[in-house]
Design a protein around this ligand. Sequence first.
Ligand code: GLN
Length: 534
Amino acid sequence: MADTKYIFVTGGVVSSLGKGIISASLGKLLQARGYKVTIQKFDPYINIDPGTLNPYEHGECYVTVDGRETDLDLGHYERFLNAQTTRANNITTGRIYQTVIDKERRGDYLGKTVQVIPHITDEIKRNIKLLGTKNHFDFVITEIGGTVGDIESLPFIESVRQLKWELGKNCLCVHLTYVPYIAAAKEFKTKPTQHSVKQLQELGIQPDVLVLRTEKWLNHDIIRKVALFCNVAGGSVMQSVDVPTIYEVPLLLQKQEMDVRVLEKVGLEIGPTPEMKQWKDFLNRKTNAKETVKIGLIGKYVELQDAYKSIDESLLLAAIYNDRLLDLHLFHSEKINDNNAAELLSDMDGLVIAPGFGNRGIEGKFVAIKYARENDKPCLGICLGMQCMVIEFARNVLGFEEANSTEMARNTPYKVIDLMEEQKNITNMGGTMRLGAYECVLQKDSKAWQAYGKELIQERHRHRFEFNNEYRTQFEDAGMRFTGENPDTGLIEVAELPDLKWFVGVQYHPEYNSTVINPNPLFVSFVKAAIENK
Ligand code: GLN
């Protein structure tokens, strides 16, 4: 295909309407037609990346293969498209300003006053186009974070306006808005949508496609009214109705021919409607699954819907590939203790010990791990979860009473988890962890090896601490096996208790590498063990 086509997805009325899912679904539909598609997210905050934001602010921090800490929407993009994103797929206002200010200091703008327009908008546009030209994508879908009308997203919206002008037919704007149902009046209300589109128009952008987020299907009159007031053809007004799973959204939009409207507008041939066979097979498996598998997730952010997004989705995918529905129970690690562990956890088929940072809630994780170990309950520890498995083993099996990670207790007599050598001189906290994909060699016949079915794997990371290899022999003599290692550094990636049914801790994050078409084998194997344990 000759020119890259650029699609912008903006949102109006309220946040949390699911721009990420709409972007990912449209991407999926275009990809199913044979186009090379990527999706990027622009976040209007000043942080360089979300790496230093806590989950209360931002939900999960997703990590790309090339080691960028990003918005969780990139997780949706990867799970839907089954394609990796990179650092170029998530840009923040902070990053844009940093580049422009660096250029200014270098003297690149010598003699000029540096301004939002054109310098900031030029840098935004450069980042949008970079993805298309460098990687030869047919479609670059750019999701603009926030809501139209926010002060902070104005430079991004202005850049979209300029690009629409510059790129003509090769550029279009999809605007997602909300149509609330007012129960007292028994009516859907389109006024918020009209206002939101008007606001976009005032900023110089005429949306090409509207997606109305609604709880129930809207009738034809409402669609006609929206089309009329918003200068959009009736056929270009889509509905995004609540569905049982986000993975149904691509089919929902396909039925309304959203991809066809997009192709018409950018002047591409329509061709036959793709079958989406693999996708439908997955959904059918979900529909046909009747029994459930009960998984307990132990973490300290259980009240936050998005804190463990990729873990939740990976478990859901793994359950469906085991023909089960996921029955996920979240346990607050601060509320688990020796007295209530059995009562709380005995009903679970398997336990996941969540990743995390800092001391809060850590003791509850040890209790849950002890319970899993002593009662032979399938247990998967991820990152901090794996480190906790090591500490619990040190304390309760090896008898190293105050064993800990130096992250939690700097002067512990048993530093079984310790700061990585390369981390010791680091003073800046942003973007300096061991991040992104690294290789790991698995030992034959281990649980991990059985899961992946191969020796050499690559998984993503986000940590500063590691297993302290000085203790290795003592752990091994007491029955813990270290079955995965980084081939270059010897860093321990996987710890297992081979005498138990399924007890595996991984220093890496398998949840960042699990898609609808390609679920992560470790999750699939863990859920299988949990089902067998029922
Ligand atoms: N806090 C731990 C470390 O930095 C684990 C991090 C995590 O769970 N992502 O090593």
